[in-house]
Design a protein around this ligand. Sequence first.
Ligand code: CAO
Length: 560
Amino acid sequence: MALVEVKVPDIGDFKDVAIIEMLVAVGDSIRAEQSLITVESDKASMEIPSSHAGVIKSLKVKLGDKLNIGDVILELETGAAASPASAPAPAASPAPSPAVAAPSAASAAPAAAASGGSVTVRVPDIGDFKDVAVIELLVKPGDTVAVDQSLITVESDKASMEIPSSHAGVVQSLEVKLGDKLNIGDAVLTLLAGGGAPAPAPVAAAPAAPAAPAAPVATPSAPSQPAAAALPAHDPTAAGALSSKLPHASPSVRKFARELGVPLGELKGSGPKGRITQDDVAGFIKAVMSGATQTQAQAAKAPAAAAAGAGTGTGTGLNLLAWPQVDFAKFGVVERKPLSRIKKISGANLHRNWVVIPHVTNHDEADITELEAFRVAMNKEHEKAGVKFTLLAFLIKACVAALKKFPEFNASLDGDELVLKKYFHIGFAADTPNGLVVPVIKDADQKGIIQIAKEMSELAAKARDGKLGPADMTGGCFSISSLGGIGGTYFTPIINAPEVAILGVCKGFMKPVWNGSSFEPRLTLPLSLSWDHRVIDGASAARFNAYLAAVLADFRRVLL
Ligand code: CAO
């Protein structure tokens, strides 16, 4: 045990930054790299992580204090594992030196912006962060962006951060996609500098650009960002549009909201300058769950959500009893275990989906006698090549055939519109020690069974090791939850929103089937298809299942 002072690491040229949020309290047990406080300058907010793991003995700062490099934040009692060498303070900086980064990216801004030509915005110096994954795209082609406006969010195993634009202009093309791994100097996007005006007037803000922080210092502070000044002079209205685009919240709060599916844009921040805090996000979730909140967008986009969300005693709200408070220890020995991160996230999502979507589940059976014989034969034939033909790989391919025949199953609801997808990305539920995850096989229509089986086994292994990235789990059109390797007959899977249907599969069993003259043993696969009754009708669901069963009974139908 040792007492360690945790200090403000090198945060670049930010001075006298005010503490706007205390993220920990005395007695908390914290990890190295865990965020301790949020500070805010007039340019950006950022979180200061801990250089050590341990238990907080005393806090040396309070809300509103102004901090600089080297100031003591708190005293920590560290365990044996947390030697100072294992987590040196400077490395813990979430916003590696903007001072170093600025010249490379931002100093080019005025010239390029004045020329009105194409400019490639690159990843600035992000310190010792390497191969950081893109987890969020904050702009799209056609958007007008200001200097310093956040373009993408990247995440390392230590922190998430936003990469700001070194130039103002109109986005021509994104050079990255979700899941890409980035390093300093990589192209993020191409801009038509100066907002695309044929002869852009020298932008009033041009002198401001060199001073702008080009390092990924988190969310710009909405009220004071220089966006308006950086906009082309001919578009005075765009300033408001821009500042309202990005909710004012720190990276960890944005991440928290993203994980729980909370639309940050719909929250009113209770923090200074209207900043959205973690409590605001948690409060929103609580309110939605208890039926006390209904946002405008929910009302407009999801009539069923509205029915679940608002009012009391009017027939439109859930109007539930409070959750039972029971002292279980009174009845016997108990043990308390915190829910894993995955359980918390998937739980909140499953709950929302179950409450909001009017689910119906159709059960059916598929005769897979021939398919199973073929699968076993293929496995024998390819034994030496190390390929495993799993039933789930065949199911994915069969589902693609059914989705092609019944396109409303390959869709998402968006307000009064149905978004019909022309691509076929299929998710499969994977059971991991930490909870349920749904990796996605992309473009399954363009892949053969061997390729699908190979990708599935790689994704399942990544899932078990907790190494799935956001790109592995996004973009799904339809999901399959297979309990076939475990058991059961039928179940009612919960739809993975914004998808509109999910197939549950249980263990195949031998069933005597009348062939016209005698009973024959046939291997029968139980299918349970849950579907969103706002989008799909019972007759379509029955047809989907029947077609799927026909494909599985005679796989040649996939070719039709
Ligand atoms: N009927 C009978 N046997 C089946 C079967 C079925 N429908 N599906 C698989 N099996 C058998 C396989 O033949 C295999 O047997 P062998 O080891 O003798 O070859 C065994 O079960 C394991 O199958 P597999 O290796 O093909 O794995 P899988 O495709 O069944 O499962 C995965 C992969 C990732 C889906 C699985 O590990 C998993 O996590 N399943 C749980 C999903 C889940 O939790 N769903 C619930 C979500 S709602 O809470």
